[in-house]
Design a protein around this ligand. Structure first.
Ligand code: F6P
Length: 507
């Protein structure tokens, strides 16, 4: 179904972006907005752009048309600013941002009881089921007065924008915070007012068995919500198939067609597709040439000296499997002592942005593991693991330029964009060790060394194998990875979604 791609650009993409988008009123809805406001000491408000895969990808969509972005206020300053235009100087377009301000208790239930812990853990297969989750009265209250209420609020705001628009609406909903919004939106609008709804899910979708953790009423409302979408996008084919299987098991009146990737429910067709998200290769390359990156690079080179560098760059989050990564490094030092003193493990840990559930003990556990390994194997001349906690993107890019081995061993990950950024900026023919459960595996496995994330022994052996890999094989793998990322970059992600909408002739 895919067109031939030349130098990463699909031939019909330009037309889709300019014509198709300009014929529609684009409305994005996501828990996170493109900017976050802060209040200065003198009381004035100023904003900062928000980093992260989801926001970067969607902001790039707004470079092609004036869009409205509906989101939840994350700060008091967001709520005070309320609504207005944020210019995008690079493209001459702007984003009309609208912050919703649910009651604090509703937001708490929606984000910090249901979405971030309950759904995130479920979809990352991380619940320790004999002990957790405990779904009690407070959880049910958070579901009713938080998750349902905030999803209704989104649906109302979107319906208002759709009615006010002078063109047919194209609504791009994002992720696990807004599973109920599509059905509420359909219920609010008359048939002829209804927009085309695309919902993209950035995180993995596990099989039907795992969804049994949720009580049937919650599970059902989530599936009914998503079966009101026109095009439902996942990161990988497997996630999409898991969704269809989940509907088949848990939504009795749904009729599913695996071959066509389609679900009929209540007289409505939902088309299930995979749109692997990616990075903006050209912009990343530009950023990699900045003086700031060069400065950090010399700092990192001085730190590493003539040793080899194993690198990881992650949000400090349990699903990234950081501690098993350290254990694998420790096991490698045990099994292959010739690496002692000759390799360093640099872990750059990026704190989660505001509004994302923080895991207080996780950082302590990470530090304890690092301290123990450094004490056992290091000495005054050699520190085996260096932990840097920082949200300094230029420094992360600089480190990515310098790795010999990039470790991405997530327990499970929707995509993992570091696995795509690394090969683009790296200058040492670095090798990627990639978890078989990261979405990026679907595209990158032919260039990476794939490991099973819980298998510390195999990860240790993979670290050794990559450190001693012959130069020619390293070069071949690095070239392959670069090519794979270049041919399906962020433009492709957007175009495949627009293509799916236009091909189905429902726009
Ligand atoms: O879709 C963008 C993305 O960053 C994915 O790469 C990732 O799996 C998902 O969203 C979750 O985000 P995070 O990288 O913060 O875990």
């Amino acid at each position: 179904m895919k067109d031939e791609i030349v130098n990463g650009i699909r031939p019909d993409c330009e037309a889709l972006r300019t014509d198709f988008l300009s014929q529609h009123a684009l409305i994005i809805a996501a828990n996170w907005g493109p900017v976050i406001f802060e209040r200065d000491e003198d009381g004035s408000l100023h904003f900062q752009h928000v980093a992260g895969g989801l926001v970067t990808a969607l902001t790039s969509v707004c470079h092609y048309t004036d869009a409205t972005w509906i989101t939840c206020a994350q700060t008091e300053a967001d709520a005070a600013w309320g609504e207005g235009h944020i210019p995008l100087p690079e493209s001459g377009h702007s984003i009309q941002v609208q912050f919703l301000s649910p009651e604090a208790s509703a937001y708490e239930g929606y984000a910090n009881v249901i979405a971030n812990p309950l759904l995130w853990f479920l979809q990352h297969s991380m619940w320790d089921v004999p002990r957790a989750p405990v779904i009690n009265r407070a959880t049910w209250r958070a579901w009713e007065d938080g998750y349902i209420a905030v999803n209704r609020l989104f649906a109302e705001a979107i319906a208002h924008q759709v009615r006010a628009a002078d063109r047919p609406g194209l609504v791009m909903l994002q992720d696990y915070h807004l599973y109920l919004t599509p059905r509420f939106l359909r219920e609010k609008l008359r048939r002829r007012e209804r927009p085309t709804v695309l919902h993209f899910i950035h995180i993995p979708w596990p099989g039907p068995e795992y969804w049994r953790i949720l009580p049937p009423a919650m599970r059902r409302l989530i599936l009914e919500g998503l079966c009101a979408v026109d095009v439902l996008g996942f990161q990988t084919e497997e996630d999409g198939l898991n969704f269809i299987r989940t509907c088949e098991s848990h939504l009795p009146r749904a009729s599913v067609n695996y071959k066509r990737g389609r679900i009929w429910y209540r007289n409505h067709a939902t088309h299930v597709r995979d749109f692997p998200i990616s990075i903006d290769v050209a912009t990343l390359r530009q950023e990699a040439e900045s003086p700031e990156v060069a400065w950090h690079r010399s700092e990192i080179e001085a730190m590493v000296g003539d040793q080899q560098l194993i690198l990881r760059v992650d949000r400090s989050e349990p699903s990234k499997n950081i501690i098993r990564g350290f254990r694998a490094f420790e096991e490698m030092l045990e099994l292959h002592p010739e690496h002692r003193g000759r390799v360093r493990f640099l872990a750059i840990l990026v704190p989660s942005p505001p509004g994302v559930h923080q895991y207080p003990n996780y950082m302590d556990e990470l530090m304890a593991a690092t301290g123990r390994i450094n004490a056992s194997y290091g000495d005054s001349q050699w520190e085996p693991i260096r932990l840097l906690v920082s949200d300094d993107y230029p420094r992360s890019i600089a480190a990515l330029q310098c790795y010999d081995v990039l470790l991405v061993n997530a327990i499970v990950d929707g995509m993992n964009l570091v696995a795509k950024e690394g090969p683009i900026v790296n200058q040492r023919n670095g090798v990627l060790i990639l978890s078989e459960r990261a979405g990026a595996r679907q595209q990158l496995e032919s260039g990476a060394i794939v490991i099973s994330p819980c298998d510390v022994y195999a990860t240790a052996e993979a670290l050794h194998q990559t450190l001693v890999m012959p130069t020619e094989e390293r070069r071949r793998r690095a070239e392959r990875l670069r090519w794979l990322v270049e041919r399906e970059d962020i433009t492709d992600w957007l175009c495949r979604q627009l293509e799916a909408v236009s091909e189905l002739n429902i726009g």
